[in-house]
Design a protein around this ligand. Sequence first.
Ligand SMILES: [Zn+2]
Length: 232
Amino acid sequence: MTTLLFRDDPYLTTASATVIGAADGALILDRSLFYAAGGGQPGDTGTLETEDGTTIAVTDTRYAADRSAIAVTVATALPEGTAVTQHLDWPRRYRIMRMHTALHLLSVALPHPVTGGQIGADESRLDFDIPDALDKDKIAADLEALIQGDHKVTTEWITDEELDANPDLVKTMAVKPPRGSGKVRLVRIGTVDLQPCGGTHVASTKEIGTVAVTKIEKKGRQNRRVRIRLMD
Ligand SMILES: [Zn+2]
């Protein structure tokens, strides 16, 4: 069982942990500030530092098969019980947080069903179920206005039953909200957006900075793929 430090504080960049398991080039930590890949957001990278000052690179972060634990990918195994200090690759993660939050706003600028998506540190995309052609300049202007609105980003929890009673909350058909714990985390962006999400986001939309809508592609009869890029 791994405590998900990133979930309560996405701005945490350093934290202690203990190795509680090892398998297949990965270590299980008792608590993780590294985000485990999921929901279109890639796993975090960084380093683990042992008490003797040795530094080991973390090249990816994944959930264990039953999702109860988080495994960080490392080249060098450490024995169970080893105390480590986790150091997050913060510049990369912060860009991912900005991009991830920008995609929420893109789903506000384009209020259509989302069929897929991918978050990167530089470029991200969402696929929408829209039959009509899209106006790139209008989407960019609407996105910019939402970013400049400086809307606060907060989280709250509801039960699975409450989610079932409010199916309109789910915008992303391709990514099902994580189930099993009996509760679902919602991410609220001011008065403009509310949807289930387990990812990491910036605290306020203004932190996203300048985003360009770089490309709109037609993928099939109804699908439009919209790509955005961080410009600073
Ligand atoms: Zn999110």
